[in-house]
Design a protein around this ligand. Structure first.
Ligand code: FBP
Length: 548
């Protein structure tokens, strides 16, 4: 594989491990745990893996002894996130440090490869090609949901064939929920297979009291902030455009909030606030139009507006519309599929309740169509395909026109549109993500050696230098509650949305007026791999404020 000069130099970076797991470890068991809510239900559903203790590792005084060789399988699940390759190299180095004869198998293209027995053995030749690189291309990823007994049984066949006694699932909240279900099942049937999860997602919504952040969030937000910063410099140089910038993050607005804290834009919409304040689409449009009008009165017809990808689903009225559309398409999907393309809009309007039909009718055709298209495998509307940035800028332009007539606005409005998502998901991991991911993987090997199952690899104290991070394991059931999914109550890991009383949001809220009324842009610049620690090893602002 031909490498760029940067890739070649970066390959030799040795991620720093927390000191506790860099030699022989002692396992310290905490108190038994309980789930965050719905304890009785979750306990009943996970009789073999509920209530396990938290685990922390401490550095043992003795030298590391060679253990028995172990064969481990690994799966990358869901969307790409920078650092996945380092999790895998961490697992590889971890199990080799237990015994050089240990083997690592990667299942191809996500959970589907596990069920269909598609795999490769990951040898040092392969692993060394991928150290410190972005992407998931070492084995590929996929969104097959691993949740049915026959999938678990089918997977067990290949585990038995390859003599694999532990499986590491690298994924987001849904994939880790499924890891817990799989761990419980294998324990129940005495399969002798441990299951360990690793917290991945650029969206940053897999976090809680015990998992400080998911990997990939740091790098992805740094990539987006660099580019937004560049746009802001351009914007402030030409002073003639409004940039509407949509940022990935399926549901939560952590990415938009983090970028806002890094770049200080003129406006940043936070979906969770829109929902909490019961705002309409019109309210959001007015909020932006007011900022544009205020700046125009100062002679500034330029600015930057950050929009979270998931916004549309957080607008309460549209949320209700989507819920009814989901039911409608679930019950009359076959009939809908037969309707000619140019009649589908009318069909939907005729089949919706009066209120929702009115809202559906008011949406631009493209957005309305997207809401009625196929769902992803988890039943979600594919929000990344909805051009919210264009929808908002069109509506703002219209509103400004009305304000002009009323004598409330006198300026020029030239919008440009951007969507940043895929650009950041496979970037080479920042030092933070390179270290964090390697530590998560190596720590997963320590959890395997400790003999536990149904645990998530946990590395904490992340605002300290990486050698001082604390490694351990958290029972996945501890993060669970019951939620309604596809009409059924299911045990799931609670998704972390932006907390409106949390320090990152409060910091943003205290500054946003100043950022709207002035031009306070920050230019974070590109990720740096070498240089002063305050430049190269800085964490996200979100982690900084959460730990302040
Ligand atoms: P994960 O939660 O699986 O990590 O994926 C997150 C994400 O990147 C979202 O931000 C985005 O909405 C979605 O994946 C896009 O999905 P796809 O990769 O299927 O286009």
């Amino acid at each position: 594989m031909k490498k760029s000069a940067l890739q070649a130099a970066r390959a030799s970076y040795q991620p720093k491990l927390p000191v506790e797991i860099s030699g022989a470890v002692t396992v310290v068991e905490g108190k038994p745990t309980t789930s965050v809510a719905d304890q009785d239900e979750i306990k009943k559903l996970f009789p073999n893996t509920y209530g396990l203790p938290e685990i922390t590792f401490e550095r043992a005084s003795a030298d590391r002894k060679q253990g028995e060789p172990i064969n481990v399988g690994v799966i990358l699940s869901g969307g790409q996130a920078p650092g996945g390759h380092n999790v895998i190299s961490g697992i590889f180095d971890g199990i080799k440090s237990i015994n050089k004869q240990s083997r690592l198998y990667g299942f191809l293209m996500g959970p589907g490869g596990f069920v269909d027995h598609q795999y490769i053995e990951l040898t040092s030749d392969i692993i060394d090609q991928y150290r410190n690189t972005g992407g998931f291309d070492i084995i590929g990823s996929g969104r097959t949901k691993l949740e049915k007994k026959d999938q678990f049984d089918k997977g067990l066949e290949i585990l038995r064939k390859l003599n694999i006694s532990a499986l590491v699932i690298i994924g987001g909240d849904d994939s880790n929920t499924n890891a817990a279900v799989l761990a419980e099942y294998y324990k129940e049937i005495g399969a002798g297979v441990q299951v360990i999860g690793c917290p991945k997602t650029i969206d940053g919504d897999l976090k809680n009291n015990v998992i400080e952040t998911s990997f990939g969030f740091d790098t992805a937000t740094k990539v987006y902030s660099e580019v937004i910063g560049n746009i802001q410099r351009d914007c402030n140089s030409a002073k003639k455009y409004y940039h509407f910038i949509k940022l990935m993050g399926r549901s939560a607005s952590h990415i938009a909030l983090e970028c806002a804290l890094q770049v200080q834009p003129n406006v940043c919409i936070i979906s969770e606030e829109v929902e909490a304040k019961n705002m309409t689409l019109d309210d959001v449009v007015q909020q932006i139009a007011d900022v544009v009008a205020y700046r125009a009165a100062k002679g500034w017809n330029f600015g930057t507006i950050l929009i979270p990808e998931g916004l549309i689903e957080f607008i309460p009225a549209i949320k209700k519309l989507i819920a009814e559309l989901n039911d409608l398409l679930a019950s009359k999907g076959a009939e809908f599929a037969k309707v000619e393309a140019d009649k589908q809009r009318e069909w939907i309007i005729a089949n919706l309740s009066a209120d929702n039909a009115k809202i559906y009718e008011s949406l631009p055709a493209g957005v309305a169509r997207q809401l009625s298209l196929d769902r992803d495998p988890h039943g979600n509307v594919q929000v990344s395909l909805i051009e919210t940035e264009k929808l908002l800028s069109e509506m703002v332009a219209k509103r400004l026109g009305e304000m002009k007539v009323a004598g409330k606005y006198n300026g020029k409005f030239s919008p440009l549109h951007h969507f940043f998502g895929y650009e950041g998901r496979c970037a080479d991991p920042s030092n933070f993500d390179a270290d964090y991911c390697y530590a998560l993987g190596f720590n997963a090997a320590c959890l395997i050696e400790a003999g536990v199952t149904g645990y998530m690899s946990s590395v904490r104290n992340l605002t300290l230098p990486s050698v001082q991070w604390k490694a351990g394991g958290i029972p996945i059931t501890m993060m669970m509650n019951m939620e309604r999914r596809n009409g059924e109550l299911k045990p799931v890991i609670q998704k972390a949305l932006v907390k409106l009383d949390g320090k990152p949001f409060l910091e943003f809220a205290s500054k946003r007026k100043e950022w709207a009324e002035n031009t306070c842009y920050m230019y974070p610049g590109p990720i740096q791999f070498w240089g002063p620690a305050e430049v190269c090893d800085r964490t996200t602002m979100t982690l900084y404020y959460e730990n302040k």
